[in-house]
Design a protein around this ligand. Structure first.
Ligand SMILES: *Cc1c(COP(=O)(O)O)cnc(C)c1O
Ligand SMILES: [Zn+2]
Length: 390
């Protein structure tokens, strides 16, 4: 057995109490807050250098020392990670910015970046002998769970709002998952998953209610650092629903700094982009608050952003402020406009959530809070093809 684990502990993101990483963990019940994974970065630093990772076979798991699995045999992988970082010259010119890049997560298995988190969490679940997993999902996470659970031979149950893109429902079902469509939104689906977990013992893989999806998504931050030769961009715009990717990348940058692998001291400003019809993070940032109120009557074509209150709201707000970032909301009309411009000018058919980051950038450039010569990375979190039925 090849032991690759360097996990030191899990800590609550609020009270900082420690939790045993050798047992199945969920979240801190005292604080109702997520747990984060700490690695023994000193021993990783001594045993490994960044160039060795660069020369490994492509994919998320080439960073396995910084991922939560102990025994490499438990890794469940479908080729996730190492997505392209594309330069957007034409759209950049339209927005009047010279150094604009897009990390295109649509190329992941099941067509969205959810693959990264579910690859990590399902792998760790396999290590713990878990074989029944429940998940509330607006679509893409469900499809990703279905795929990794299929490969791992586990049962998957997904509660999806009936308004989720049809592609995700079909994709989840063909991979053998049970999909229960519900009338409410993702928060309602979340309550059903909690109940299934409490009453029947299914493992709940809901966003931030277990510690490891964030670890998979973290590798987006490592890949960005590598792509920029261990310097980092000035600004990252991230379409925020549950906020996993934003928290994850901020964690990655701090780990990279602790590992001594960065050629810069300056970390990027993390900017959360939300839809006008569901913008709890934007509202809390503008009001100077440290927690979000649940957004009422949430509605947007960007279904991944339709999260009325993230379980990690306080952590997201803390990380945005620590990075000197901000949050911006955009209309569904602006999203559609930039989805079309990106397709016509760059040949990229982004999901609405991805297009939202261009709309947000356009707004912030006009407001002067992002400068025209700054190096900017946008995230296209999934493929537009998954939304053509909606
Ligand atoms: C889930 C999802 C998001 C939001 O991701 P978080 O990391 O949970 O904020 C954005 N875009 C797409 C396409 C998604 O599926
Ligand atoms: Zn706590």
């Amino acid at each position: 057995m090849e032991n690759i684990a360097h996990i030191k502990s899990l800590t609550c993101s609020r009270c900082e109490n420690s939790f045993n990483p050798d047992q199945i963990q969920t979240y801190c019940r005292d604080c109702n807050a997520p747990l984060l994974t700490n690695y023994d970065l000193v021993s990783i630093k001594n045993q490994l250098d960044r160039d060795r990772i660069c020369h490994r076979k492509k994919g998320m798991w080439r960073w396995m020392e910084l991922l939560p699995v102990n025994d490499a045999q438990n890794i469940v992988s479908l080729g996730e990670g190492d997505t392209p970082l594309l330069r957007l010259n034409h759209v950049g010119q339209e927005i009047r910015t010279a150094n604009l890049f897009l990390k295109d997560e649509a190329l992941n298995p099941t067509g969205s970046f959810k693959a990264r988190g579910l690859s990590a969490a399902v792998s760790k679940a396999r290590e713990f002998g878990i074989n029944q997993i429940v998940l509330p999902s607006a679509g893409n996470a469900g499809a990703a769970l279905a795929a990794y659970a299929a490969q791992a031979g586990m049962d998957a149950l997904i509660y999806m709002p009936a308004s989720s893109p049809l592609s995700n429902i079909v994709e989840s079902r063909i991979m053998g998952a049970t999909v229960e469509l519900i009338d409410g939104l993702i928060d309602q689906a979340g309550r059903l998953a909690e109940r299934k977990s409490a009453e029947e013992g299914w493992f709940n893989m809901s966003t931030f209610k277990e510690p490891y999806r964030v670890e998979g998504k973290k590798i987006m931050g490592y890949e960005i650092a590598e792509s920029f030769n261990w310097k980092l961009p000035d600004v990252i715009l991230y379409p925020t629903g549950g906020g996993t990717g934003l928290v994850a990348m901020w964690k990655a940058f701090k780990e990279l700094r602790a590992l001594g692998w960065l050629e810069t001291k300056k970390l990027p400003r993390m900017i959360s982009v939300q839809a006008e019809g569901c913008a709890p993070i934007v509202k809390a940032i503008q009001a100077g608050r440290s927690a979000c109120d649940p957004w009422e009557n949430a509605q947007t074509i960007a279904t991944g952003l339709c999260v009325p209150k993230s379980f990690a709201d306080q952590l997201i707000l803390k990380d945005i402020r620590e990075s000197k970032g901000t949050a911006v909301s955009v209309s569904d009309n602006d999203i559609t406009h930039w989805q079309q411009r990106l397709a016509q000018r760059e040949g990229i058919f982004a999901c609405p959530e991805g297009a939202a980051t261009i709309a947000g950038l356009d707004k912030l450039i006009k407001q002067g809070s992002i400068l025209q010569d700054e190096t900017i990375v946008l995230f296209n979190t999934g493929s537009g093809l998954k939304y053509i039925s909606s």
